[in-house]
Design a protein around this ligand. Structure first.
Ligand code: SF4
Length: 465
């Protein structure tokens, strides 16, 4: 089960019969559209305060001194103190629940976000919490903004938890960091239906070397340290786990050099430090003596990145950096044809979004030992390789790398640096990827679909079923 945003809500909006007359105010959009994407925390202040159902309605009145009192309408009982006592206890409890938003019932003496005694106390206690009332949700733009705010709030909280800054909320899966939302109109047979869709989050990750900016990668949040390790391996900044010092999220709150997503801008006031922590990692090297040269080389690559390889070295020049792979691993074709299905089965975030690439490491007998998802294929590859590097498991000479989509030169290059002798993909390899695989002893497989696939280089490692 995926960790979802936790949204407080006036219980009557979910259809619970808690109104003064035993009725409810069920809101179909909240229950049927937003409901499946979130975890509701339903609260009826008047019932929880002990007023019962059905009950005499209450209203807010101002006394001669201008103080607001909650009075029963017919019998004129002052229930202000009862509600205030309940409110102070319940608001404290909800503050510990790590809510990501709240939907209030408008025009209620308890729940209206402008006037209600309970709602006002909660908003005062949690000033950064996205809140709305059900009447304003009828405006599509306001509704969309609220949903985005709540999901961004949830991502910021999840990132904070990932960075070890809070451990109070029950643990969920880290995929929540990778999931966003969008309100979409789905058209089917000409009919239009409003729908909240899960989306794959794409945000910048700045990688610093000893505190100095080195690279910015667009990626899906999650496994950021592994991504940084895999990226630095592919860039030849490091060659093994021994070269790594420490990888940690940046703990200063200085403005980042990388841009922020729109949703982060929306919530920047409420969770600025969580955003800062989330999108910058600082890496120290075991031997920093080459740091200045690395940074200078990087600047040189960036200013000369207009060629097809983004400034990376050509196949010929790779020969000075890596030797051909001579691993004797073999894998039967009967295992290879199962890989797309097994990759797909392991993609938790793809299940939610339908929009992420994945990379997996597979052993000779078909065991899927690791899998990573990201909006970028290259990032997914860096994440699985980086994880193995951090466990000091390189070279991966008894593994096959399987990726969704196409195989580019860069992906084969990453496999080469990690010592992976076999690369397979759902789609076609590029011509440069084939050249590189042939030159450096890597078995390259493409178009793994149904019962068929093509082998573009070193076919001897694929054995009959
Ligand atoms: Fe209960 Fe609030 Fe709904 Fe009134 S508006 S019934 S207090 S949840």
């Amino acid at each position: 089960m995926v960790d979802r945003p936790r949204i407080g809500i006036s219980a009557c909006l979910l259809g619970e019969p808690v109104r003064y007359d035993g009725a409810h105010k069920r809101d179909a959009w909240l229950v049927e559209v937003l409901g499946p994407q979130v975890e509701w925390v339903a609260v009826c202040p008047e019932v929880e305060a002990g007023f019962g159902t059905p009950r005499e309605p209450v209203q807010l009145e101002r006394d001669a001194d201008g103080a607001i009192a909650m009075m029963t309408v017919r019998t004129r009982c002052d229930v202000t103190e009862t509600m205030q006592r309940y409110t102070s206890r319940r608001v404290a409890e909800l503050a510990d629940e790590h809510l990501d938003g709240y939907v209030f019932k408008a025009d209620s003496p308890s729940c209206d976000p402008g006037e209600g005694l309970f709602a006002r106390a909660l908003i005062a206690r949690l000033p950064g919490l996205p809140v709305i009332d059900e009447r304003r949700l009828t405006d599509p733009a306001v509704r969309t903004a609220f949903v985005e705010d709540a999901f961004a709030h949830h991502r910021a909280w999840s990132a904070k938890r990932s960075a070890g800054l809070s451990g109070e909320r029950p643990a969920g899966r880290s995929e929540s960091v990778a999931l966003g939302s969008a309100v979409v109109v789905r058209v089917h047979d000409g009919a239009r239906v409003s729908h909240v869709d899960r989306t794959a989050v794409e945000e910048p990750l700045e990688i610093r070397l000893h505190g100095q900016p080195f690279a910015v990668i667009m990626r899906t949040p999650g496994a950021d340290k592994e991504l940084a390790a895999g990226f630095l391996l592919a860039e030849r900044v490091i060659h093994s786990a021994d070269d790594l010092g420490v990888i940690e999220y940046c703990t200063d709150t200085q403005p980042q050099s990388s841009p922020r997503s729109l949703s982060e801008k929306v919530t920047a006031d409420s969770a600025p430090s969580a955003v800062a922590f989330r999108n910058v990692v600082n890496v120290t090297l075991a031997d920093p003596s080459h740091l200045e040269r690395l940074l200078a080389d990087r600047r040189n690559v960036q200013t000369n990145s207009s060629c097809g390889l983004c400034g990376r070295r050509t196949i010929e020049s790779l020969a000075s950096d890596a030797a051909p792979i001579r691993a004797d691993i073999t894998i039967p074709s009967s295992i290879i044809v199962t890989l797309p299905h097994r990759l797909r089965a392991g993609q938790a975030v793809f299940d939610e979004t339908g929009g992420l690439h994945a990379a997996a490491l597979v052993t000779a007998d078909g065991e899927l030992v690791d899998l990573a998802e990201d909006v970028g294929r290259h990032n997914a590859v860096d994440k699985v390789i980086g994880r193995m590097l951090m466990r000091d498991r390189l070279p991966l000479s008894d593994h096959l790398l399987f990726v969704s989509g196409r195989t580019s030169f860069e992906i084969v290059q990453k496999a080469l640096f990690a010592g992976i002798p076999m690369v397979a993909a759902v789609s076609a390899p590029s011509s440069l990827a084939i050249d590189l695989a042939q030159e450096f002893g890597i078995t390259l497989i493409g178009f793994v679909r149904g019962e068929t696939f093509n082998i573009y280089a070193h076919a001897d490692r694929v054995t009959p079923p």
